[in-house]
Design a protein. Structure first.
Length: 426
């Protein structure tokens, strides 16, 4: 399988990728060093220098550095929102990309009546497994939101690899201007559906090719549920037994949009077993369709009209194994905050055993007029922000420039080797 090696981090990317899946660097540009803002870069260098050396420096200097660092934004909580234009990772509720300034889930000059998805994604290893074979992803640009859940299978290492490849393949097909990221809101529903299906086919081939090249991955596969939300329209493509649910904001009822591609679900649909029997059937996790099984695997396509207050939920079977559809609807209606809903669903699944990895994406539909527009980042902050390792812009840049904090040299003892210290600092 043809790949591209990232010049910055060495990650082996799919051939169609424009940005590195691992570090976000543009693959045709020279290597970059770090993915944080220039003011923060110097501060982070200083904090690395301080590690283990606080006693050798003046207490006042150490205190000032910690005070300044305390003003920086905390790390991203939950899964980030990736800008479809430049690949920068942003906070889930960000209105504008901190890397390029592009609008994300809120369209440019959106009319008041336009529906906008507010989204949050959470993934948890559960209580039994030692590794997480699930993947979740959120991408946005100009009011278009892409959301993905994938549940890998085939053993710990193989499952992680399969779901990662699926997510990387989807990103390679949508991320970057050359992949049409700026035109997604101009395509028809049929064109969006076809673009999603083609992306899933490429993801399937990526998994199959990796298996053929690495015998240790034999038997690996992954589910995939991918949604594209634009204003009041949602288009979904699906393979496997992860699920998409629609919870109606006004009526309160819940509808399972996707069909499980499992043998037990086929028996249930044919009337051979009951829902209660399906829940405990020994083959309930055996799939007849998943990415990585067959060359001609294709995705089911679903479309839905959305209204204000609706909740669109994507999840892996780690959630549905422990939480019923009715309970999902009840929790989804209790809050208007997608992150709160996602976390409550994870907590309930874990409280009931957490036998599998658990992943949830929650999208709450709101009118554009009800959403704080936010402030577009100052263009002067955008140029030095490197792609992929997001840190928010500093609120008080002037406070970092007013005073220069000089770090004195530290004398090395006879036992310390300067070369070893350099390696540690790197």
């Amino acid at each position: 399988m043809e790949t591209q090696v990232c010049p910055n981090c060495g990650h082996e990317n799919l051939a169609r990728a424009i940005f590195c899946f691992q570090c976000g660097a543009k693959l045709d540009e020279p290597p970059v060093v770090r993915g944080i803002h220039r003011h923060q870069e110097h501060l982070e260098d200083a904090m690395r220098y301080l590690h283990g050396r606080e006693e050798a420096l003046a207490p006042d200097l150490v205190r000032k550095l910690h005070e300044v660092r305390g003003k920086l934004p905390p790390p991203i909580d939950g899964e980030p929102l990736t800008c479809l234009s430049c690949g920068t990772l942003n906070r889930p509720q960000a209105r504008f990309c901190v890397g390029c300034g592009a609008s994300l889930t809120l369209p440019d000059d959106a009319e008041a009546a336009v529906l906008v998805p507010r989204a949050a994604a959470r993934s948890d290893v559960g209580r039994i497994r030692e590794n997480n074979e699930d993947r979740v992803g959120l991408w946005a640009r100009r009011g278009v939101l892409l959301a993905l859940v994938a549940d890998g299978m085939g053993g710990a290492v193989a499952g992680e690899e399969a779901s990662r490849l699926a997510m990387e393949a989807i990103q390679a097909d949508f991320l970057g201007v050359a992949r049409g990221s700026e035109l997604l809101n101009e395509l028809s529903d049929e064109e969006i559906a076809e673009k999603l299906r083609i992306a899933v086919r490429r993801a399937n081939r990526a998994v199959i090719h990796r298996t053929s090249e690495h015998p240790e991955y034999q038997g690996m596969g992954t589910t995939i549920t991918l949604a594209c939300v634009r204003d009041s329209r949602a288009t979904l493509v699906h393979v496997g037994d992860s699920r998409a649910y629609l919870v109606k904001g006004r009526e309160g009822w819940i509808n399972q949009i996707t069909d499980d591609h499992s043998f037990v679900e086929a028996l249930l649909a044919a009337g051979h077993i009951t829902r209660e029997q399906a829940a405990i059937h020994p083959m309930r996790n055996v799939l007849y369709r998943a990415l990585g099984q067959f060359d001609d695997t294709d995705a089911d396509v679903y479309t839905r009209r959305l209204e204000e207050g609706d909740r669109l939920i994507l999840c892996t079977d780690g959630l549905t194994r422990n939480v019923s559809a009715e309970e999902i609807a009840e929790i989804a209606r209790r809050s208007d905050e997608p992150d709160t809903i996602a976390q409550e669903l994870l907590d309930l699944a874990n409280m009931r055993g957490g036998q599998d990895n658990i992943s949830v994406i929650v999208m709450v539909m709101e009118r554009a007029e009800a959403i704080e527009p936010g402030q577009r980042p100052d263009p002067i902050l955008l140029n030095p922000t490197e792609i992929g390792l997001y840190q928010g812009p500093v609120d008080d840049v002037e406070s970092l420039e007013r005073e220069t904090l000089e770090l004195p040299a530290v004398e090395l003892s006879d036992q310390e080797d300067p070369d070893e210290l350099d390696e540690d600092d790197e």
